[in-house]
Design a protein around this ligand. Sequence first.
Ligand code: NAD
Ligand code: UDP
Length: 334
Amino acid sequence: MSILVTGGAGFIGSHTVVELLERNEKIVIVDNFCNSSPNVLDKIRDITKKDIKFYEVDLLDEKNLEKVFKENDIEAVIHFAGLKAVGESVEQPIKYYHNNITGTLILLKLMQKYNCDKIVFSSSATVYGKPEHLPIKEDFPLSTTNPYGSTKLMIEQIIKDVCISNENFSVAILRYFNPIGAHESGLIGEMPNGIPNNIMPYILKVANGEYNTLTIFGNDYDTHDGTGVRDYIHVVDLARGHLKALDKIRKEKGVQIYNLGTGKGYSVLDLVYMFEKVNKVKINYKIGPRRPGDISACYADVTKAKEELGWKAEKGIEEMCKDAWRFIIKQSKK
Ligand code: NAD
Ligand code: UDP
């Protein structure tokens, strides 16, 4: 039987595929390359020395997605495929709701039809809205501030309802904090299209000279240096969390929800200074206004994942900065 990985050519998906292959799991990837490129698949082959079964299919294309279920015996799905740019989701909400929600509904419908009853879903810490306390626990109140976040929260609810309707169903909802870094080989990493929204891809473009200056969005937050604090997690640690979640849902039915973070918060300036120190490059920055919708600080309570999955993040912020930069250097040498 195989694990279907939707969005397996993307940033987190590709790192998870590597970990799955290294554990000798049989996998099938589905991706439409709307935010990734086919050469990622070659890189995964280079790293793992294994072949990959791949379908270029859009989740919205039910007919061709059904072919994947017909031609493969799918035991479980790890569902990464989705659009993820917060700003774009505010400008184009219908595109986001259609892609993320309709895509998931079609996937769930086919899972039901082909008796596949296990799914690991990529959710986000954004579903905690503006948390009243820190660190954030899984049972905190949920709310969202943009259409992207709303798609995550709605999909969580849809999956929970499917679980209620089918006692054989098992689900792991993983709420990621801030994934950064890259595979230590330097072959796969994060490659956003267009101007990056997130901090690390922006730092990388300043580091390689593509952009002159990083704008730090506010230095008047109630944090140790005034800049926003986040829980950055190495993408390889995050990927490994998915294997642990898969093990869990293979054993237990029902819904399990886990925060995947390190439990530690770093400010924007902490991250910039660490990047400069470990990579010996200068990051020009200036302080700008706050970005609308941003919260001052966000970091996870990771006790539940540790106790129930036996998982915790192993890699520190230095390694995240080094690995992210190695990936960029390797790209520019080609
Ligand atoms: P990514 O954009 O790199 O990967 C998503 C992949 O899904 C891409 O390869 C894209 O081409 C594919 N895709 C999108 N819509 C599709 C569709 N309709 N049919 C087929 N393929 C489709 O993003 P990522 O950073 O790897 O994120 C993976 C998941 O994790 C997403 O659901 C995202 O919302 C969620 N997430 C990401 C972060 C983050 O900061 N990266 C944080 C929290 C949650
Ligand atoms: N940030 C910044 N400049 C940028 C991008 C992000 O100062 O160009 C800050 C942002 O305000 C936040 C932190 O970096 O405090 C992480 O932002 P990101 O968008 O990566 O993640 P999110 O805000 O979604 O957690």
